[in-house]
Structure formats: structure tokens, C-alpha cells
Design a protein around this ligand. Structure first.
Ligand code: SAM
Length: 296
């Protein structure tokens, strides 16, 4: 059940399209400066967000930086964005550090977020975006430095922040023990030598943002809702997306026999895999989006 992370992120795009909270997006649009803003997206992965924001007419010109710790994903991003632009009849041209897409200069920056913040930066961003990322980092430690990457009063849009609830339907007798163990793994996870997220990031962000002097101006839920259509097929590559979530749970828990019995985990995964193949599995994850301004 090893999975291709770039394919997972591409498959996730249609799920995020439905999930992103439109009220919070409207607030972002109000906060966006006119002209040619400098946008920084941290943990940008494949770059599906810059494509989405161009599709949705929220971003069209200026500079958009994709920062990620994974060089392989950034390499895939170049190709993925070229293909995306070509499919829309948009001109794209390679640049030494990224690519030009229409009027937008997309720059790819390979960096681990904590180290990037420690290095200090002079060129500040007008807009800061993190999608499905803040639940992978130590928010109280990282947030003040992140907000300092913005010009005073610059806009942030922090989206798809996991908030402690994953639901797979139909119900299974091992659901509670598997989810309890998975959430504990999230709470104790270490990546790049640093604490890496917590299972209730979404609800805690209200307080974290206020404590950092940047209370949310808009907040709302952005739950993932994935189910097959009446013909039993999932939209786009969303069956792969749900399969990747199952793989993530397996990878997190299979070495943790103290957390969940290996037989119970195997039964649960086998049942979920069968339901997915039959188009019977429904997957829901509760998440929250936020928009606001950096301290002025
Ligand atoms: C769940 S993916 C989301 C990617 C993208 N934002 C999206 O929604 O498609 C999380 C991304 O954050 C990156 N990431 C995780 N921890 C990071 C860190 N400490 N510094 C930089 N990037 C990080 C990963 O490499 C990955 O691309």
C-alpha cells in the first residue's frame, strides 16, 4: 500500500475544491491587494493551489512562491503546472527558479519551514497561504515567524486545518480504537527534528492566531466529503486519494502494536479497502479555514 505522494496531492485537488470554505475565501478576496501581489505559499506541494487560484480568478499577475521541504515534489510541480497551463491554453515558459504562467511568475523554493524562518528574510509577502500544512507543524512555535514573512497588515489564508474528526462509513467495530491511535500519533509526531502537528489544530488556531496578534477575520469549516456517485465510481482520482489516507493510517500505526492490536488494524484496513473497491466507502474529515491580517 505504498503510495505516490504527487499523485495523492493531484487527486486531493478536487476534494479541496469542494471543501474550501467560500465565506473565508470571500474574505481573502477582500484582503488581497490590487495590482501584482507577492504571494508566498508554504508547504505548497505540487502547486495545485496556485492553479486553483488562477482558475478562480483570485490570482493572475505578480509573483507566487511555492515553498516546500520536498525537492521531488517541487520537481513534479514544474511538470504538473506546465501540463495544467497547456490544458487551459495558457502560455507557460521555464524560468531558472520556476516558471512563468501567463502574467504570473511562479518561483519554486526548496526549504524546510522552521529553518527558513530561522534564516530571516527581507523580501516580505503581501499574502501568505498554507493549505493542509499547519496541522503538520508546531503552530505556536512557527506562527509568529510565519506572520513576520508578511508586510504589516498583509493577508493570510490558512486552509484545510485538520480538526480531530475522521469518519469512515459504514461504521466498523474498530473505528474508535483506530482513530484514537491515529490521533495520538499525530499529536506525538516528529518530522525534520521538530514536533509536527496536532490532531486538533483547526479549533486551536482561533486562540493561536489571537495570541500572535492576528485574530481571524473569517473562519469556517472545510470538511472533506468523499463518496462514490450512484454508478459506484469516485470523482476523478478520488478513490486513489481515499486509498492514500488508508495507507497513511496504516503507515502511522503498523509499527505501534502498543496502540492498536495488529489483527484489529489489519481487519479494519481490509474492510475499508473492500468497501473502497466496491464504491461503498464514504470518507469525511473535519477541517477549518481561516483568513485575516498580520499585525499592522
Ligand atoms: C498535505 S501536503 C499539502 C500540500 C499542498 N499544500 C496541497 O494542499 O496540495 C503537506 C506539504 O507540506 C510540506 N511540508 C511538511 N512539513 C514541512 C516543513 N516543515 N517545511 C516545509 N514543507 C513542509 C510537505 O512536503 C507537503 O508537500
Amino acid at each position: 500500500m505504498a503510495f505516490d505522494y504527487a499523485r495523492y496531492l493531484a487527486a486531493k485537488a478536487t476534494v479541496d475544491d469542494r471543501a474550501l470554505n467560500r465565506h473565508v475565501l470571500a474574505e481573502l478576496r477582500r484582503l488581497l491587494p490590487a495590482g501584482t501581489p507577492r504571494v508566498l505559499e508554504v508547504g505548497a506541494g505540487l502547486g495545485t493551489m496556485v492553479a486553483r487560484l488562477m482558475d478562480w480568478g483570485a490570482v493572475g499577475a505578480g509573483e507566487y512562491i511555492l515553498l516546500d521541504a520536498d525537492q521531488h515534489l517541487l520537481d513534479c510541480s514544474r511538470r504538473w503546472l506546465c501540463d495544467w497551463a497547456a490544458a487551459r491554453g495558457l502560455r507557460s515558459d521555464p524560468l531558472p527558479d520556476g516558471l512563468q504562467v501567463g502574467e504570473l511568475r511562479v518561483r519554486l523554493v526548496h526549504a524546510e519551514l522552521g529553518s527558513y524562518l530561522e534564516a530571516g528574510h527581507e523580501a516580505l509577502a503581501d499574502v501568505l497561504i498554507a493549505n493542509a500544512v499547519l496541522d503538520l507543524v508546531d503552530v505556536p512555535a512557527v506562527l509568529p515567524g510565519l506572520l513576520r514573512l508578511l508586510v504589516p497588515g498583509g493577508a493570510y489564508w490558512f486552509t484545510i486545518n485538520y480538526d480531530g474528526e475522521s469518519i469512515f462509513m459504514p461504521g466498523h467495530p474498530h473505528d474508535d480504537k483506530v482513530m484514537r491511535a491515529y490521533h495520538r500519533d499525530m499529536d506525538e509526531r516528529i518530522r525534520y527534528g521538530r514536533p509536527a502537528g496536532e490532531s486538533q489544530t483547526g479549533r486551536r488556531l482561533f486562540h493561536y492566531l489571537r495570541a500572535a496578534g492576528a485574530p481571524a477575520l473569517a473562519a469556517g469549516s472545510s470538511d472533506w466529503v468523499v463518496s462514490a456517485s450512484p454508478d459506484g465510481n469516485y470523482q476523478g482520482d478520488e478513490a486513489y486519494f481515499v486509498g492514500s489516507i488508508l495507507s497513511t493510517i496504516k503507515n502511522a500505526l503498523q509499527a505501534r502494536q502498543d496502540r492498536v492490536d495488529p489483527g484489529d488494524l489489519a481487519d479494519w484496513l481490509a474492510a475499508r479497502g473492500r468497501q473502497l473497491a466496491a464504491g461503498e466507502l464514504v470518507y469525511l474529515a473535519h477541517q477549518l479555514d481561516f483568513a485575516g491580517r498580520a499585525p499592522g
